[in-house]
Design a protein around this ligand. Structure first.
Ligand code: B3K
Ligand code: ZN
Length: 872
């Protein structure tokens, strides 16, 4: 394996400025013929003028190579090295023709051209194009794909799609047909796409702000076509939103989306032809939960927004990935916030950031949002590059204001449309457009780890002094925007409205003068920076937290205060006993939320009742004992459930009554009502000590299951039932069987069936998961299925069962999986590399399993990189 460094970047000596491609697809063999139009690169100033093409020889077989019509000889005209073809010094204006053979049917890595069910499709980011043909497969080579011609059997593969617009199509005789596509916008190879298959579709149109009509099509296998409407709706909303918020209009006459079952990640923004994992595009009420709907909207938006942030302006090299991903995640978050509720959205995103990114940044895969090196780029599509990257972009907006940020975006496009640039270019555009010096802010791009900000407060004679101190992996202080508001202690009124403090020194004092009475500060409102905020004293002021949980005018911090109270209580339960004082504060906050009949913001109420996740809790301690955390969290949950059993049932019944008879909708209010009712259900079902209670819980969950109005309620009920034992065991088995039958083979519903069982809280979970692995519907070849069983199990506390059997089970699976699909095996190995976070005994077993993986031969570069970082 070779490590690539950011500092070694060099421009290419030559650029392919134009390319033509012909795909002749036959069962078991595809011939790819290309013509590359090559010119010297003016910005190159190195010595060698040889042309290096990337090509994965394990996948691509070179059949012929000619330059300006003359056949080339290996050895004299060109040489082949692992992963490379080197052509001696081609003249300006050269046309290089290549013919290669590939076998998409054997491509289990799902990178390059592969076959999935009734279709062939491509995935080229980051380095899949070199698994299709020889090419300078890096993002700074932007070329016009002028003619892309697809040929295949007409009956088996009636649909032929590629980027851009179709310019020609017809019959070839002998039962075959062709289509030719052209894309006028120069693009890097990672944005290339073609799809050849037997597909159904829906069609609609969108008229852009300048009055151009765009055809919109969403394709899937025919039996899923009825689940495409929500994606289409979301696409049109995205197009409108980008015009309104950023003045950005779509640029082609056609926008295609294709849903694919086997896909390594969520979706892919190929120019004019997005490919989506079915899980992020198919949605109807009977098969998708509310969260699935939210995800579809978010990912449709995300890929659409890439058309400007990623495609029109792309990355110079892969180290700049956050340039397009952080920015585009930020854009999709803003979009979802505008379509639904801003505060709910912020809470959901921060929950995700803490559980995923904070954890990553505290472990062996910790890296700055712009990494310095990689072995396999696919390993760096991380929570850090994406989610923390989005937080960095959000901080620009917080510091520069929404208007200032828009000016910066406008300048960024004005300067860089049509080119491949760096994160520095983005920062310069923001700075130049607003006149704000962002040189200190730039440190966020090179600093890994989660910074800690501590605060100290003092009030005297109408003056409140807030002292903030920062600590991070950077020697120099970071520029951190801290949004702060002050609430009057007596009245709860806002004494000072939200303002952004620029924390630019290691320690800095901020004074608020002329106050009438003492105040409670609400710090880091809306989570204005991706940091951990702690009191300087080390002790949370629980009284202040209780006050904020009740009265903060910032929705995010109101939720946050409640979470901190729950956190204290859970750690007390873990280490000794819950104290009355903390319990009373938590109880008060919980009770107030539960019985709040004023607020119609049901999702906010629901989130305020949910305890912090085990992952988030684990982030707060140096040594994690997962079973102790699980037990402590469970104890707090059960105690609150018993305390409020009556109120929980009342609220549950009220919501049931309010929703009965009304039409099923997927809007913020209906989603919120279902969410709140399902939280009540979860608490009520946690009361299961005695056989009597077990029966009651099972009956409630079973009736919830049977009367479910859609998949959201079904999953909530089955989630509760899946963990039931004793008197609840028969209801559990019955519900699981019914759910399976009702799924009727629907792949996404079956994924839920697998994962609900893998996440259950039962003593013999590993045996159950092992059995499920042998189920006829299970396969390691489909990434979604793999994640739904194995990925879900790795998040279960049972994974950490003391004997280490869970770790060994995962390692055995990774051994097989790595031979099939390295991108997925290396992802899943992420659960083992955290061994240092656990107690000595567990940690050593995890490490030993990692070592076994490291010793495995052969091992993919992807998995090798993760396990070797993990072992360091
Ligand atoms: N850009 C793709 C991710 C590609 C991952 C390659 N291993 C999806 C997205 O972020 O929109
Ligand atoms: Zn993206």
């Amino acid at each position: 394996p070779v490590e690539i460094f950011r500092k070694d970047y060099e421009p290419l000596p030559h650029l392919v400025e134009k390319i033509n491609m012909l795909f002749s697809i036959e069962e078991g063999k595809t011939i790819v013929t290309t013509e590359l139009f090559i010119e010297p690169n003016e910005s190159y100033n190195g010595k060698s003028r040889d042309l290096t093409l990337d090509g994965d020889e394990t996948c691509v077989k070179l059949l012929a190579l000619s330059l300006n019509g003359k056949d080339l000889e290996e050895g004299t005209d060109y040489t082949l090295a692992p992963g490379k073809l080197i052509l001696k010094n081609p003249p300006a204006g050269a046309v290089l023709k290549t013919v290669v053979e590939i076998v998409p049917e054997d491509n289990t890595q799902l990178s390059g051209l592969y076959k999935d069910g009734p279709m062939y499709c491509t995935q080229c980011e980051a380095m899949g194009f070199r698994r299709i043909t020889y090419y300078p497969d890096r993002p700074d080579n932007m070329a016009v794909f002028e003619n892309v011609r697809l040929e295949a059997d007409k009956e088996a593969y009636p649909v032929l799609l590629a980027n851009g617009n179709m310019i020609d199509s017809g019959d070839l005789g002998d039962g075959r047909h062709y289509a030719t596509w052209t894309d006028p916008y120069p693009k890097p190879s990672y944005l290339f796409c073609c799809v050849v298959g037997d597909l159904g579709k829906i069609h609609d149109t969108y008229t852009t702000m300048s009055g151009r009509k765009v055809d919109l099509q969403v394709f899937s296998e025919s039996h899923n076509v009825h689940k495409l409407d929500y994606a289409m709706e979301s696409l049109k909303n995205s197009m409108k939103w980008d015009e309104d918020r950023f003045g950005l209009e779509y640029d082609l006459d056609l926008y295609n989306i294709v849903a694919v079952d086997s896909f390594n990640m969520g979706a892919m923004e190929n120019k004019g032809l997005n490919v989506f994992n079915t899980a992020y595009v198919l949605a109807d009420k009977d098969t998708a939960t509310d969260s699935d709907f939210e995800r579809v909207e978010g990912v449709i938006g995300h890929e659409y927004f890439h058309n400007w942030t990623g495609n029109r302006v792309t990355c110079r090299d892969w180290f700049q990935l956050t340039l397009k991903e952080g920015l585009t995640v930020f854009r999709d978050q803003e979009f979802s916030g505008d379509m639904n509720s801003k505060a709910v959205n912020r809470i959901e995103n921060v929950r995700g950031l803490r559980a995923g990114q904070f954890r990553e940044d505290a472990g062996p895969m910790s890296h700055p949002i712009r990494p310095d090196s990689y072995i396999s780029m696919d390993n760096f599509y991380t929570a850090t590059v994406y989610s923390k990257g989005a937080e960095i972009i959000r901080m620009y907006q917080t510091l520069l204001s929404v208007e200032g940020f828009r000016k910066g975006m406008d300048l960024y496009f004005e300067r860089h449309d049509g080119s491949a640039v760096t994160c520095d270019d983005f920062l310069s555009a923001m700075s130049d457009a607003t006149g704000v010096d962002l040189s200190q802010f730039a440190l966020w791009y090179s600093t890994n780890g989660t910074p800690v900000v501590t605060y100290d407060t003092k009030y005297e004679d109408g003056t409140f002094v807030l002292t903030l101190t920062q600590k991070s992996n950077s020697d120099k202080p970071l520029h951190i925007p801290i949004s702060v508001g002050l609430l009057n202690k007596e009245t709860g009124e806002e004494a000072v409205a939200t303002k952004v403090l620029d924390l630019k020194e290691m320690t800095q004092e901020f004074k608020f003068e002329g106050l009438k009475g003492d105040v409670v500060p609400s710090i880091l409102r809306e989570f204005s920076a991706p940091v951990k905020l702690l009191p300087a004293s080390g002790e949370e002021d629980e009284e202040a937290l209780a006050f904020l949980a009740a009265r903060d005018t910032d929705g995010f911090n109101k939720w946050e205060a409640g979470q901190k109270l729950f956190t204290s209580l859970i750690f007390q339960a873990k280490d000794a006993e819950m104290t009355d004082k903390t319990y009373d504060f938590a109880k008060e906050a919980f009770g107030r939320t539960l019985t709040d009949k004023e607020s119609k913001d049901y999702s906010i109420l629901a989130y305020a009742l949910i305890l912090p996740s085990e992952g988030t809790l684990g982030e707060l301690v140096d040594v994690v004992d997962p079973i102790a955390i699980h037990k402590a969290r469970g104890a707090v949950k059960k105690r609150l459930a018993r305390e409020f059993a009556t109120e929980l049932k009342e609220r549950y019944d009220e919501l049931t009554a309010a929703m009965e008879g009304s039409e099923f909708k997927v809007d913020a209010e209906s989603i919120g009502m279902r969410r709140l009712r399902n939280v009540c259900l979860e608490y009520l079902c946690s009361i299961r000590e005695t056989p009597e209670e077990q029966k009651t819980a099972a009956e409630l969950a079973m009736s919830h299951f049977k009367k479910a109005s859609g998949m959201t309620d079904k999953v909530a009920a089955l989630g509760a039932l899946a963990s039931m034992d004793g008197e609840g065991a028969s209801a559990r088995d019955e519900a699981l069987e019914t759910f399976y039958k009702d799924a009727d083979g629907d792949a996404l519903v079956l994924n839920k069936w697998f994962s609900l069982q893998a996440m259950a809280d039962l003593p013999d979970i590993l045996d159950r998961v092992k059995k499920l692995k042998e189920h006829p519907d299970f396969t390691l070849k489909n990434p979604n299925r793999c994640r739904s069983l194995i990925g879900a199990f790795a998040m279960n506390t049972a994974f950490h069962e003391e004997s280490g059997a869970g770790y060994a089970f995962l390692r055995e699976i990774l051994e097989d999986l790595d031979q099939l699909n390295p991108q997925i095996s290396s992802r899943m190995a992420g659960s083992l590399i955290q061994w240092k976070k656990y107690d000595e005994k567990r940690g050593q077993i995890m490490k030993a399993e990692l070592q076994k993986l490291a010793d495995m031969k052969p091992i993919s570069d992807d998995l090798f990189e993760i396990v070797s970082r993990g072992l360091k």
